[in-house]
Design a binder for this molecule. Structure first.
Ligand code: AMP
Length: 580
C-alpha cells in the first residue's frame, strides 16, 4: 500500500501510470493509510522530548495520540524550535535531529514563522510533484522540453546553532536531487541556476523572460508557485518587451542586469538573433491589449501552472488575458508546514479546483467549522475518513518533521472524494477577518465583495490590479476601508457605485445589522496611486519575504504599521458609501 517513491528508484524508470496506480490504491484505503502513517510518525519519533512530555510513552495508536497530544498553534512549538535553532541536537520534536528550517511567508500576519524541514519533507514534496504531474500528464502530455518557471531562490542563512534556514522552495531548489526531479517531470527550467539564485529579483525576472524567449519553441509550461508571480512577470513584459527584443537582436544583455554572475551566465546563451527578435517584435505589435500573449510567444506551450486558488483567485482574470486559449492548471495545496493535497483533476478551471489529500504524507484531522466559529469548548477534530461532503473544516496537521496536531489556520470545504480520500476546496485563512463588533468577514467574503463591485469597472475598460482592506477605528464609529489599485481612471460616479456595491456585498447578518443601526460607519473605498502594490511587494522583500511566497496582504491590521503607512500614504481619491 505504501507509495515508497524515492528519486533513485524513479530516476531511470519514472512511470506516471504507475504513480497513478499507486495513488488510486492508497486513496481507496485512505482511513487505513492514515492510521498506518500516524503509527510510522509516532514510531520514528517516540524518543522526542515533545511526545514524551505529553505522556505518549511510545504508544502509536490514534486513540492514545488524540488523548495525549493537544491541538497547538505555532506559539506552542516555538520554544522547542528555538532550542533546535540554537544548536541543541537532542531528540526534541523528532527522533533524528532536524537539519534545517523553512520560513513561512508571513505576508498575512507580518511575522515569519520558522518550521522544521528535513529529508522527509523533501520526500513528500517529491511525491506531491510526481502525483500531480502524473495526472496532469495524462490530460496534457509533455515531451522532454522546457518550463518558463518564474522562480526565485532566496538566500538561506545559518542559525545560531549552525542550521540552515530558508524558504521551503529554496530547500527544494538546493537539494542535490532537484535536477533529477525536474528531469523526471520533463520540464527543465529555461533559465540557468544563476538566474534563479540571482541577488536581485527585478534582474532575475528580466532574465527569466529573456531565457523563455530564447527557448520560445521548447517551452511547454509557464509556471510559478503563485499565480501572482506570473501576472507580475507579464505585466513587466508589457514594459520591457522592446528592450528584450533589442537584447536578442544584438546579443547584448540590457544594462539593467548588473549582477556579474547573472550576466556571465546569460552571455553563454544570448547570441545575436535578429530573426527571432523580429518575430517577437511583430507578434507583440499585433496583439490587442496583450490578449493571448503567452501562446503567441510560446507556440508549443501546453498550459499555465501555478496556485490560482484562495488568495490567488483575484489574479485569474489577468492571467486569462495573457494565457488566451491555453488551459490554466491549478498547482497543489500545501504550506511551509508541509504538503497536504494534490490536484488530480487538472482540467478543472481555477474556480472549481479541488485537491485530493495524500493520505500517506501526514496525518490529517478536521475541526468542523461551526465549532470554531461558535468558540467556547475545546474543538473536537474528526479524522480524514469521517469528513462529510459539503462541510467546511479547519485543517490540523501531523507530519514527519515534528509537528503534532498543528492548527494550520486554513479553512477547507469537502467538495467530493477521490475514492475514499477527500477532495478539498481551499476556502480561506481562518484568521483573516474584517471585524468591528458582531460582524465577521473572511478573506473569501472580501474577495466576493470585491469581485462583485469590480464588475462595474468593465464598462470603463479598467481592470482591478490589486486590493487590500483595513478596519479604521480612529473615529468613534469604526468602518471598513477597501484599497484598490486600478489600471486606469474610471468615471467618478462609477467609483461611487463601486463603493456602494462593496458596502452592500458584505452580507453577513452582523455587518448588515450594524450598518443599519449605525454601529459600523459607511464603508470607504480608497483608490491608490499606480505602483502602490509594487511598493508593498518591495517592502516585504526588504523584510526577507521570498518572491516565490509573496501573497499580497488582503487585510492590513493596525499592527502592520509599515504596510499601513504605504497604502495610506498613496491614496489618490476616497469615497464613502451611501448604500445604507
Ligand atoms: P506559506 O505560509 O508561505 O507557507 O503559505 C502557505 C499558505 O498558502 C497555506 O497555508 C494556504 O493558506 C496558502 N496556499 C497554499 N497552497 C494553496 C492553494 N493551492 N490554494 C490556496 N491557497 C494555498
Amino acid at each position: 500500500m505504501e507509495m515508497g517513491l524515492s528519486l533513485d528508484e524513479t530516476k531511470e524508470e519514472f512511470d506516471p501510470e504507475n504513480v497513478i496506480k499507486k495513488f488510486e490504491e492508497i486513496s481507496r484505503n485512505a482511513g487505513k493509510v492514515q492510521e498506518e502513517t500516524l503509527r510510522k510518525i509516532l514510531e520514528e519519533n517516540a524518543s522526542a522530548e515533545y511526545l514524551l512530555n505529553v505522556g505518549l510513552n511510545g504508544r502509536t495508536d490514534e486513540e492514545s495520540f488524540k488523548q495525549c497530544v493537544p491541538l497547538i498553534t505555532h506559539e506552542v512549538i516555538e520554544p522547542y524550535i528555538q532550542k533546535i535553532m540554537n544548536g541543541d541536537s537532542s531528540p526534541i520534536i523528532t527522533g533524528k535531529p532536524i537539519p534545517s528550517f523553512s520560513l513561512s511567508s508571513g505576508t498575512t500576519q507580518g511575522k515569519r514563522k520558522f518550521l522544521p524541514y528535513n529529508d522527509k519533507v523533501f520526500d513528500t514534496t517529491m511525491q506531491m510533484w510526481y502525483t500531480s504531474f502524473a495526472y496532469r500528464n495524462r490530460e496534457f502530455p509533455l515531451t522532454n522540453g522546457k518550463a518558463l518557471a518564474f522562480v526565485y531562490s532566496s538566500k538561506p542563512f545559518v542559525t545560531e546553532g549552525g542550521l540552515i534556514a530558508g524558504t521551503a522552495t529554496t530547500h527544494v531548489f538546493r537539494h542535490p536531487k532537484y535536477k533529477d526531479l525536474t528531469k523526471c517531470i520533463r520540464s527543465q527550467s529555461c533559465s540557468p541556476v544563476e538566474v534563479i539564485f540571482g541577488s536581485d529579483f527585478h534582474q532575475s525576472l528580466y532574465c527569466h523572460l529573456l531565457c523563455g524567449l530564447l527557448h520560445y519553441d521548447q517551452v511547454q509550461i509557464i509556471s510559478s508557485s503563485f499565480a501572482h508571480s506570473i501576472v507580475q512577470a507579464f505585466q513587466t513584459f508589457e514594459q520591457v518587451w522592446e528592450d528584450l527584443c533589442s537584447d536578442i537582436r544584438f546579443g547584448i544583455l540590457n544594462e539593467r542586469v548588473t549582477d556579474p554572475t547573472t550576466r556571465a551566465a546569460m552571455s553563454e546563451i544570448l547570441k545575436p538573433n535578429p530573426k527571432l527578435a523580429n518575430m517577437i517584435y511583430y507578434k507583440c505589435l499585433g496583439l490587442t491589449n496583450w490578449y493571448g500573449l503567452i501562446p503567441e510567444l510560446f507556440p508549443n506551450a501546453k498550459y499555465v501552472l501555478g496556485i490560482m486558488t484562495g488568495a490567488m483567485e483575484p489574479y485569474v482574470k489577468q492571467l486569462r488575458r495573457y494565457a488566451g486559449w491555453l488551459p490554466l492548471v491549478c498547482a497543489d495545496y500545501g504550506a511551509s508546514e508541509g504538503w497536504i493535497a494534490a490536484n488530480v483533476n487538472p482540467r478543472s478551471p481555477p474556480e472549481e479546483a479541488t485537491f485530493a489529500v495524500l493520505p500517506n504524507i501526514g496525518y490529517f484531522e478536521f475541526i468542523p467549522l461551526n465549532e470554531t466559529r461558535n468558540g467556547g469548548a475545546e474543538p473536537k477534530p474528526i479524522g480524514l475518513a469521517e469528513v462529510k461532503l459539503g462541510e467546511e473544516y479547519e485543517i490540523i496537521l501531523t507530519n514527519f518533521a515534528g509537528l503534532y496536531r498543528y492548527r494550520l489556520g486554513d479553512v477547507v470545504k469537502v467538495m467530493g472524494f477521490h475514492n475514499s480520500t477527500p477532495e478539498l476546496k481551499f476556502i480561506c485563512r481562518q484568521n483573516l477577518m474584517l471585524s468591528i463588533n458582531i460582524d465577521k468577514n473572511t478573506e473569501s467574503d472580501l474577495q466576493i465583495a470585491v469581485e462583485e463591485a469590480s464588475k462595474l469597472l468593465a464598462a470603463e475598460k479598467v481592470e482591478l490590479i490589486d486590493f487590500t482592506s483595513h478596519v479604521d477605528l480612529t473615529k468613534e464609529v469604526g468602518h471598513y476601508v477597501i484599497f484598490w489599485e486600478l489600471s486606469g481612471e474610471p468615471d467618478e460616479n462609477v467609483l461611487k457605485e463601486c463603493c456602494n456595491s462593496l458596502d452592500k456585498s458584505f452580507a453577513d447578518a452582523g455587518y448588515v445589522s450594524s450598518r443599519k443601526v449605525g454601529s459600523i460607519g459607511p464603508l470607504e473605498l480608497r483608490i491608490l496611486k499606480k505602483g502602490t502594490f509594487n511598493k508593498v511587494l518591495l517592502h516585504c522583500l526588504s523584510m526577507g519575504t521570498a518572491v516565490n511566497q509573496f501573497k499580497p496582504p488582503r487585510f492590513v491590521s493596525d499592527n502592520n504599521k509599515p504596510i499601513l503607512q504605504i497604502v495610506c500614504g498613496n491614496v489618490a481619491k476616497s469615497y464613502f458609501s451611501t448604500a445604507y
